[in-house]
Write a protein that binds this ligand. Structure first.
Ligand code: SAH
Length: 370
C-alpha cells in the first residue's frame, strides 16, 4: 500500500524514505519533499520539480500525497465556503473557509473596487461525526464514524487555504467531532501546522474546542505543542448542562470548572468559553449572572453564539435583545463577544455540519452548489 505523505513530520518522512530506497538518500531530499508539501503546498507529487527523476518515479510508486479531495463545495453569500472533503477510505468530512476582506477605496477610474483578503479562519473537523450527544448540535445526529488521522486534519487546512496568501490565518478545531477524544492525532497535526520550516502557523492562531473531556484537558495542558483551548460551556447550572450536554453526567460542570481553574495558561493566553444561547432555556439574565460567578478567578473570555437552527434540533434562536442583555451582564466582569454566524445559508455555521445536501433547504439556490 502506498504511504501517505501529508501527516508525516520531517522525521517520519526521513524514515519512510530511508526504508523505501535501498541506496542511502541524502538527508536534504527529505527536507526538499517536506518543504514542497507543507511550505509550497503542492497539490500533486508530480509537481515537485527539483528532485532527481529516479526519485520522483519511485515516489510515485510507493507514496501518495494524501490530500483529501473536494467532493462538493457550497458557497455562502458572505464568502464562506463549506467543503465536503473525501478521505482515502471514501468517508467524507466537512471543513469551512471563512475569509474576511479589507475593502480598499474604489479607484478613481470607476473600475470595480479592489478587495484584499485580510484574514481568514479555517474551521476543521477532528472526527467523522461525533460521539458527544449535545442536544443542540446537528453533528451529534450522525454519531461517531471514526477519528481522523493527523494527515486528514492537516489536509483540511491545505485544501481550504490552498495557495492563498493570508496575512492572518486562524485555525479552529470546531468542525465535526470532539478533538480531545482524538488528542494524539490533534497534537501531531498541531506540530505539523506550527512547524516554522513548514506551514508555520503560530500556536496562538490555532484553537481546539472541547465539550469538556476533563482528563484530556489536563493532558493537553502538559503538551508542549498545544494550541489554545476553548471550552463549550453552554449552560449555567449542573442540571441544565446535563440536559443539554449529557456528557456532563460523566464530567460534571463543577469538575470541569475546577479543571479550568488549574489549567496552565501561557502568559499571552486566555481560556475561551463558548456559550450557545437557546431561547428560554439558558439565555436569561440569571443565567448570565451565574456564568460570571462560575468563571470567577479564571482568566476567561466568553463567546456567545445564538443558536444556529437545523432540522431535528428542538431549540430556538433567542432575539437580538436577549443576546444583547446577556452580553451586557457578562461584559461587566469579563470580555464577552457575540459571534456572528458565518455561512448560515449553506449550513456551514457552528453546529450545522452534518454533510447536508442543499436540496430544498435554506436560502441557498442550487446555483450555490458547484
Ligand atoms: N466538540 C467540540 C467542537 C465542535 S462544536 C466542542 O464541543 O467544543 C463547536 C462549537 O459549536 C461548540 O462551542 C458548540 O457548543 C457550538 N455549537 C454546536 N451546535 C451549535 C448550534 N446549533 N448553534 C450554534 N453553536 C453550536
Amino acid at each position: 500500500m502506498a504511504q501517505t505523505i501529508v501527516g508525516m513530520e520531517l522525521v517520519d518522512l526521513q524514515k519512510a524514505l530511508a526504508e523505501a530506497f535501498a541506496s542511502p538518500m541524502p538527508a536534504f531530499r527529505a527536507r526538499q519533499l517536506y518543504d514542497a508539501v507543507y511550505r509550497q503546498r503542492i497539490q500533486e507529487l508530480t509537481a515537485i520539480s527539483n528532485l532527481p527523476k529516479q526519485l520522483r518515479a519511485k515516489l510515485g510508486e510507493d507514496f501518495t500525497l494524501g490530500r483529501p479531495s473536494v467532493e462538493q463545495e457550497f458557497r455562502s453569500n458572505d464568502g464562506t465556503i463549506r467543503y465536503l472533503l473525501k478521505l482515502g477510505d471514501g468517508k467524507t468530512v466537512e471543513t469551512v473557509w471563512m475569509p474576511s476582506f479589507l475593502k480598499n477605496d474604489a479607484p478613481d477610474n470607476g473600475a470595480s473596487e479592489v478587495v484584499d483578503l485580510d484574514r481568514a479562519t479555517v474551521c476543521i473537523s477532528s472526527q467523522v461525526g461525533c460521539p458527544v450527544d449535545c442536544k443542540f448540535c446537528l453533528t451529534a445526529l450522525m454519531g461517531l464514524e471514526r477519528s481522523l488521522t493527523a494527515g486528514e486534519i492537516v489536509g483540511q487546512v491545505l485544501v481550504a487555504a490552498g495557495m492563498q496568501e493570508v496575512n492572518r490565518l486562524n485555525i479552529v478545531m470546531m468542525g465535526q467531532g470532539e478533538p480531545l477524544l482524538n488528542l494524539p492525532n490533534v497534537l501531531k497535526a498541531t506540530r505539523i501546522l506550527t512547524d516554522p520550516t513548514g506551514m508555520a502557523i503560530s500556536p496562538r492562531r490555532i484553537t481546539v474546542s472541547t465539550a469538556g473531556i476533563i482528563p484530556k484537558i489536563a493532558e493537553l495542558g502538559q503538551a508542549p505543542e498545544r494550541p489554545k483551548l476553548a471550552i463549550s460551556l453552554n449552560a449555567s447550572t449542573e442540571e441544565q448542562r446535563q440536559a443539554l450536554m449529557p456528557i456532563t453526567r460523566k464530567y460534571h460542570l463543577k469538575n470541569l470548572i475546577d479543571a479550568c481553574r488549574v489549567y496552565p495558561l501561557r502568559p499571552w493566553e486566555k481560556l475561551t468559553f463558548e456559550y450557545v444561547l437557546l431561547k428560554g432555556v439558558n439565555d436569561t439574565d440569571a443565567d448570565a449572572r451565574r456564568v460570571v460567578r462560575l468563571l470567577d478567578r479564571i482568566d476567561a473570555k466568553v463567546n456567545l453564539i445564538a443558536l444556529n437552527p437545523g432540522p431535528g434540533i428542538a431549540f430556538e434562536t433567542p432575539t437580538r435583545e436577549r443576546v444583547d442583555s446577556f452580553q451586557t451582564i457578562v461584559r461587566r466582569s469579563l470580555p464577552c463577544f457575540v459571534r456572528t454566524p458565518r455561512g448560515l445559508d449553506v449550513y456551514a455555521a457552528c453546529g450545522q455540519l452534518k454533510r447536508m445536501e442543499l436540496v430544498g433547504i435554506g436560502s441557498a439556490s442550487p446555483s450555490g452548489i458547484l
